[in-house]
Design a protein around this ligand. Sequence first.
Ligand SMILES: C[S@@+](CC[C@H](N)C(=O)[O-])C[C@H]1O[C@@H](n2cnc3c(N)ncnc32)[C@H](O)[C@@H]1O
Length: 357
Amino acid sequence: MPLDLDCYYTPEPVARLVLERACLERVPEVCADSTCGSGRLLDAANEVFGHVQCMGIDRDRRAIAELRRRNPSWILAVGDLLNNRLRRTFASIMPENVDLLILNPPFSLGNKKFVEISYDGHQLTGSVAMAHLLRSFELFAPREGAIAIVPESLLYSETDATARDMLSARHSLQKIADLQNSTFRGARAHASAVQITPNRRQEGKTDDARGYGHVIRTRIVRGGLQVHTMKESRLGTPFIHSVDIRTLVEQQDVSSLRITSNSAKGRVDGWMVLVPRVGKPAKELIQAVDVTETVQLSDCVIALQCTNKATATRLASRIKESWEDFCGIFRGTGAQYVTLLRLKEWLASRSIIEFID
Ligand SMILES: C[S@@+](CC[C@H](N)C(=O)[O-])C[C@H]1O[C@@H](n2cnc3c(N)ncnc32)[C@H](O)[C@@H]1O
């Protein structure tokens, strides 16, 4: 490959996960990826949204040739996104309307500190990822905005400050996931998945979407052991059902929990905040707890694991700051319960972002 094209493709599970997290008003029918490479984001769009019309551009001829072979119905083109004549070149094949832009643009600047960007009639500078993002917005004008995997720094760096302000004038930016620096094979980069939504969609909304202010990271673990199948025994793993959260919070100790010989999904340890999945949560029990040995969660308990005490404490406080609102996500005609999706969306609206391994 003559050029460094930054071909660090998005792993399939990550592609699916970030699209699943998107909070869209309607299901997109036409998706475009302006640096589509292997086409994994477009593949994921088909899985997550059902059949969508796909448009992909990439500078890498071989990648586009492979995609053409694999997906004859996709609209595909070889092109340099940063070339200003691109729109004219592709005028005849561009779909009339694109609903959602999805992209994981190149991150690396080589030995440069920034690149020149022309956007909305202005000349500015920014990172190479920002240049691709803004160019893609101009090219496709996506009606529902974009889901982009970008370097974490794009959200706060001085380099991208002007570009960010320009983008934010008409869009809201919401971080929807943190991606570990081991996510991309062969590259070590801290990345974030960001949803960029046209402002018209924010009308009438409350201040729920607070953007990406002071982010708290957590690993969200849903328990998997059904209470009626739980076998108590003398040896095994301490078991936490929703009624045990009080014991643990008040005693800060696992020794009085029941022991089970079962093993199921949802085994956790370390600092965490425990949330009942079923039943109304009690405000005084939303607290940081240090689970000193591995415990088995029942399917009625969700753990919000944190890397340390300070983070777990901040997380508990942030939930309690919006207590009424938090209780509102527990719904149901009989017993009230929260779904994992509702919980994740609510946490993300408070800048509590799920950490992806
Ligand atoms: C990080 S990869 C992402 C590929 C794909 N979207 C994914 O998520 O798997 C970046 C892609 O951008 C392409 N690329 C790099 N510079 C480009 C440019 N100026 N115009 C169009 N594509 C470009 C590369 O060939 C590569 O396929």
